[in-house]
Design a binder for this molecule. Structure first.
Ligand code: GLV
Ligand code: MN
Ligand code: MN
Length: 399
């Protein structure tokens, strides 16, 4: 029997990022593969039967796999330079919850499975929750197989070299039917749970969110010989676009918009870029408002590009509507955790993708730093322990 803290401690050296700080555990990188192996061994030590499905989702079964099982789990991949808890907390808590249930002598009347979803963050191939999107059909197979990482590798090639058959990647109704109810425990990623109050909340909804790529095209040229008046510099337009993103979102209540990644091509100190790619992450509870926000940003981007003699294109890479978790399941969980407040989140999760197909719910564990996607993300040991017990209580109550 291991606690969540002992489990997290055993992986604290995996995927540390010496440059960015925190952890960089991109899907199918060595650290993420090491974590997958760690999970498989942990599950096997608990007598769970482990299988990896055709989309690379790992399932660890307590009981014979069958339709309508109770499923919990999260992910092990991270954003670049991420914290220790986003993903692994849910996986470690699921393992600890199994230990707690076994110690209580629980004999599951229906099978219980722990799942690990690949590429939840979309850090490598750009589309978040790629594993659950493939499982549910929320992304087209061709689109998924043709996604490329920063080195130009397609998802098809990376999937193949990790033992998957690209011909069998995609919607998996049989695997999906095995999920009767899905509960994901996750670190809280904002300031929703203050100190002193309850450490655990029940999720209510996930903010609609999407990713867009803006490519600004200009004239690549020499930094020393090109007069300022003669330039068509996409970096200057990109800088103005970043400000337009901030200003447009700031005017819209409840909107969030971020340019977290920007790549100049070719990217040399003495080179005026020929192209700059910017990735926009935008979120709002009302999907129609998000659409208007993107239109307004694109209008401003076109103006900024034209003023610099450049052009700009905008491509949607992924979009997820606002999701409300299953009311009946959340009510049952609320009854099992009567002190837990109900909390909406601005972060995306596999539970949100699954919610379109099966009853899904979430538990959040307090993060006193209020910071996430950063090394400062934090969960106190006692709150992690409380989370595992809460998850065990919920699973026992739902079984
Ligand atoms: C995932 O954590 C996201 O919200 O982008
Ligand atoms: Mn996460
Ligand atoms: Mn995350």
């Amino acid at each position: 029997m291991e606690t969540v803290n002992q489990l997290l401690d055993s992986i604290k050296g995996v995927g540390r990022d010496a440059v960015r700080g925190g952890y960089s555990r991109a899907v199918y990188s060595t650290p993420e593969l090491d974590l997958r192996q760690w999970f498989i061994e942990q599950a096997q030590q608990r007598g769970l039967d482990v299988e990896t499905d055709r989309n690379g989702i790992i399932w660890a079964w307590w009981g014979k796999p069958q339709d309508g099982a109770l499923v919990t789990g999260s992910h092990l991949d991270s954003v670049p330079g991420g914290g220790a808890f986003d993903g692994p907390l849910g996986v470690a808590s699921a393992l600890a919850a199994v230990d707690i249930l076994k110690a209580r002598g629980v004999q599951p009347p229906r099978p219980l499975a722990i799942t690990v979803f690949p590429e939840e963050e979309g850090s490598r191939f750009g589309v978040a929750c790629l594993g659950s999107r493939l499982l549910t059909g929320a992304i087209g197979v061709e689109k998924a197989l043709n996604l490329r990482d920063a080195d130009g590798n397609t998802f098809a090639d990376v999937a193949r070299s990790n033992g998957l058959d690209p011909r069998h990647v995609g919607p998996d109704p049989e695997a999906l039917a095995r999920i009767g109810d899905f509960v994901e425990l996750h670190v809280e990623q904002g300031k929703g749970l203050g100190n002193g109050g309850p450490a655990i909340a029940v999720g209510s909804s996930i903010l609609g969110h999407g990713r867009w790529k803006l490519s600004v095209n200009g004239q690549g040229n020499h930094a020393g010989t090109t007069l300022m008046a003669d330039r068509a510099d996409p970096m200057v337009a990109a800088a103005q676009i970043v400000l337009a993103v901030r200003d447009t979102a700031a005017k819209q209540p409840d909107a969030r918009a971020t340019v977290g990644r920007l790549t100049p091509v070719p990217g040399g100190t003495n080179v005026i870029a020929s192209r700059v790619d910017l990735w926009l992450d935008a979120r709002h509870p009302d999907d129609a408002v998000t659409a208007q926000l993107i239109e307004a940003i694109y209008r401003s981007a076109k103006e900024a590009a034209a003023a610099e003699g450049c052009t700009v294109t905008l491509t949607e890479e992924s979009y997820s509507d606002t999701v409300y978790f299953d009311a009946g399941l959340s009510r049952r969980i609320g009854a099992l955790l009567p002190d837990a407040p109900v909390l909406a989140t601005g972060a995306g999760h596999d539970a949100g993708v699954l919610a379109g197909s099966v009853p899904s719910a979430m538990l959040f564990v307090r993060n006193p730093s209020g910071i996430s996607h950063s090394p400062e993300e934090y969960v106190a040991d006692e709150d992690a322990a409380t989370g595992a017990v809460a998850l065990a209580d919920v699973l026992e109550g739902l079984l």
